[in-house]
Design a protein around this ligand. Structure first.
Ligand SMILES: Nc1ncnc2c1ncn2[C@@H]1O[C@H](COP(=O)(O)OP(=O)(O)O)[C@@H](O)[C@H]1O
Ligand SMILES: [Mg+2]
Length: 227
């Protein structure tokens, strides 16, 4: 499933008039590609990730994921499409405190029913190195381990598109490296498209491709000399 974005625009109506956050974003990615998106604070990185994740609708422009045009779906269809197709990792892990590590990875499957994904959950937790922590609660593991659980959870439905917004923003440098490498490795095994938003040039360099949001457009990254 390839990703195609053409002339994507996002603006918000404000009291002072229309606030244009993304003016003209263009992007094409093929399965197996991984992209890091940089940019100053407030440049619109999270907004772009929310659009790509279909959590928000664009003001105008084209967005295609494979044969689908998500913004042409109604809200119910879009929610089902998103659940099947897209995985998310956020800066805060959003794990449920009362659930075990294993249960947290299975949370996205509860609403859907169907196939028993517990074997896949166990396998993913093994791949992120948490086999020894399956019964722990989030409060009983470290910050890096919590983020590794969030990575495993994001992959439970084998999403064709994996999106991460500052996934290492709350982690120390060494732990951030581990989680970054895990994202790159897992996405490669899954042959999905991975897009990571980060303000860290160090994390961005772990990815084969980097771009930055500048003046409402997505442009090739200048290389971090300004960062
Ligand atoms: N719902 C909204 N209404 C109005 N402005 C918004 C809304 N969401 C985001 N913005 C504005 O869009 C700009 C980009 O925000 P964001 O995408 O969060 O930036 P980044 O993630 O790069 O720091 C900011 O100026 C922010 O204030
Ligand atoms: Mg942001």
């Amino acid at each position: 499933m390839s990703l195609l974005v053409q002339n994507l625009r996002k603006s918000y109506p404000t009291r002072g008039g229309e606030l244009v956050v993304l003016r003209d974003v263009n992007l094409t990615l093929e399965p197996g590609e991984a992209l890091a998106i940089l940019g100053p604070s407030g440049s619109g990185k999270s907004t772009l990730l929310y659009l790509l994740g279909t959590l928000e609708r664009a003001t105008s422009g084209v967005y295609k994921l494979g044969d689908a045009e998500p913004f042409r779906l109604n809200d119910a269809e879009l929610a089902a499409f998103r659940n099947r197709t897209i995985g998310f990792v956020f800066q805060d892990h959003h794990l449920l405190p009362q659930c075990s590590v294993l249960e947290n990875v299975l949370v996205p499957t509860l609403a859907v029913g169907g196939e028993n994904l517990e074997p896949r959950a166990r396998e993913l937790l093994a791949r992120v190195g948490l086999t020894e922590r399956l019964d722990h609660r989030p409060a009983e593991i470290s910050g890096g381990e919590r983020q590794r659980v969030a990575v495993a959870r994001s992959l439970i439905h084998s999403p064709r598109l994996l999106l991460a917004d500052e996934p290492t923003g709350n982690l120390d440098r060494a732990t951030a490296q581990t989680v970054g490498k895990l994202l790159v490795d897992l996405h490669r095994q899954e042959k999905s498209i991975l897009i990571v938003v980060t303000h860290s040039p160090e994390l961005a360099r772990m990815f084969p491709k980097q771009m930055e949001v500048l003046d409402g457009s997505l442009v090739p990254w200048s290389g971090g000399d300004k960062a």
